[in-house]
Design a protein around this ligand. Structure first.
Ligand code: IMP
Length: 514
């Protein structure tokens, strides 16, 4: 490919201000696969504060995020706690599918029910339920305060409401709800009331739950005080049109995964990620076509891919987003075992450029090891980054902490590790469940305790904002324009420049992140 200097950058002293990405990837790296550490970006002009940087971006065509960060669909990374925390901070969690359909659908439900402006499908009990049932639901969903109707259905006459204080001192768990519920003077709100007015009423009232009723006294929805508080605490949250947290989930490519997709959609999932280690297969393409034909309202992300040829097939099948990365995850042995893959920097740059012609956002998945890598992935054209090892050590990731050599750790395993495949994830790697021998493409490891995602994620976000400020880039839109017109400049780092760019020549040091 012949390289021509874009006219708009003719003013740049050649080399003095670095080079535009087309030059770097087409000329300098010609034939060499590269990744984040191989390049470094040139600073731009600062005339704004980091807090002013707008990181709004798209995960897929219709799923807009306030921060360009997503948690991996791995069984040691994303279940409901991670998905809730990611969405509350403006990102997104992709609930893994290395579990039964019922368990995964329930995880999605927990996310969708967590934060509601108005709960349109509240859990309703009957007068014949017991205190023990109530405690069970409270444990399962993490909240109490259930409306009561004759048959436990929406649209029926509201008979009462049972809250924590109605049951917490009841000694006999078999006590019927009808004997403890509050049935007199229940505060309700009319379904005709304007929502801002209803929120004001809930704010002023002392109740935890406010049933929304129609003119006949039938319950049609429920408002929750804790949701008001959550809304106030997380103004950046990624929410759907009903104010619920947005949730993604992964599915495989086997015929049974169509049942899984159906159950997830019924549970309220907003976007499905078709999860394969090599996304260019007849199985995945057929799954994408089926999903887009039967559920056109749900965004579908395909992958993983690293070439334009693979991307083209996914786009033709109708995807709304593409996941990039093969053999680059921290727990991954794909390149070593299967001899395929690509440096993540090259893959993200070329595929993002190709996909942008079709308005398809790309997700840079795997290989993110520090905040700078996130900024670099975005500079190369990714709309969002997906992270596994970076988030697996947080409290919100599944699993318990343990100590080794005095260090607090959490287990983090590849979905292609033998251990995870024995649990069901083998299909991601096209390994038949009846295969006489499974070939691992991942390892089981551990990561250091990172504390709560609620402190760690804001650190990552602020770090990216500082990166944008140094680049002189005010938003994702600005970044995309600067990359396209050649104002975004970079250089290749020699191995000694990479050493120089890290902490060096010290006897010892302590690395505190924030
Ligand atoms: P990390 O952020 O570098 O830890 O990479 C996480 C990504 O690695 C995931 O989002 C998957 O795309 C990928 N991945 C997960 N498990 C495996 C595996 O066992 N082998 C190869 N890649 C994996």
């Amino acid at each position: 490919m012949e390289y021509t200097l874009p006219t708009k950058i003719a003013d740049y002293a050649v080399g003095g201000d670095g080079y535009d990405l087309d030059y770097i990837f087409s000329k300098v790296f010609e034939g060499t696969t590269c990744t984040y550490d191989d390049i470094i970006f040139m600073p731009g002009y600062i005339n704004f504060l980091p807090d002013k940087v707008d990181l709004t971006s798209y995960f897929s065509k219709h799923i807009k995020l306030n921060i360009p960060m997503v948690s991996s669909c791995m069984d040691t990374v994303t279940e409901h706690s991670m998905a809730i925390a990611m969405a509350q901070h403006g990102g997104l969690g992709v609930v893994h599918h290395n579990c039964s359909i019922e368990v995964q659908a329930h995880e999605v439900q927990l996310v969708k029910k967590y934060r509601n402006g108005v709960i349109l499908d509240p859990i309703i009990l009957t007068p014949e339920h017991t205190v023990s049932d109530c405690l069970k639901y409270k444990k399962e969903y993490g909240f109490a305060g259930f409306p009561i109707t004759e048959n436990g259905k929406l649209g029926e006459k509201l008979l009462g409401i049972v809250a924590s204080r109605d049951i917490d001192l009841v000694e006999d768990p078999t006590t019927k709800i009808k004997d403890v519920m509050t049935s007199e003077n229940i505060q309700t709100v009319s379904d005709k009331m304007d929502s801002a007015e209803a929120v004001e009423l809930l704010r002023k009232s002392k109740v935890g739950k406010l049933p929304v009723v129609d003119s006949d006294g039938n319950i049609v929805a429920l408002m929750s005080r804790t949701d008001l508080i959550k809304n106030r605490d997380f103004p950046m949250a990624t929410t759907d049109s009903q104010g619920r947290l947005v949730c993604a989930a992964s599915v495989g490519t086997r015929p049974i995964d169509k049942d899984r997709a159906k159950a997830l959609i019924e549970a309220g999932v907003d976007v499905l990620v078709v999860d394969s280690s090599q996304g260019d297969s007849c199985f995945q393409l057929e799954m994408i076509r089926w999903l887009k034909t039967n559920y056109p309202q749900i965004d579908v992300v395909g992958g993983n891919v690293v070439t334009v040829r693979q991307c083209k097939h996914l786009i033709e099948a109708g995807v709304d987003g593409i996941r990039i990365g093969m053999g680059v995850g921290s727990i991954c042995t794909t390149q070593e075992v299967c001899a395929v893959g690509r440096g993540q920097g090259s893959a993200v740059y070329f595929l993002a450029k190709y996909c942008s012609q079709f308005g398809i956002p790309v997700i840079a998945d795997g290989g993110i090891g520090n905040v700078g890598h996130i900024t670099k992935a975005l500079c190369l054209g990714a709309s969002t980054v997906m992270m596994g090892s970076m988030l697996a050590g947080t409290e919100e990731a599944p699993g318990k902490y343990f100590y080794r050599d005095g260090v607090r750790l959490k287990k983090y395993r590849g979905m292609g590790s033998l251990e995870a495949m024995e649990h069901g994830s083998s299909q991601r790697y096209f390994s038949s469940s009846h295969a006489s021998m499974r070939v691992a493409q991942g390892v089981v490891g551990s990561v250091v305790d990172k504390g709560s995602l609620r402190q760690y994620l804001p650190y990552l976000v602020q770090g990216v904002r500082h990166g944008f400020q140094d680049l002189g880039v005010k938003s994702m839109t600005d970044l995309n324009e600067q990359r396209k017109d050649g104002r975004l400049r970079a250089e290749v780092r020699s191995s000694s420049a990479q050493v120089e760019g890290g902490v060096h020549n010290l006897h010892s040091y302590e690395k505190r992140l924030f």
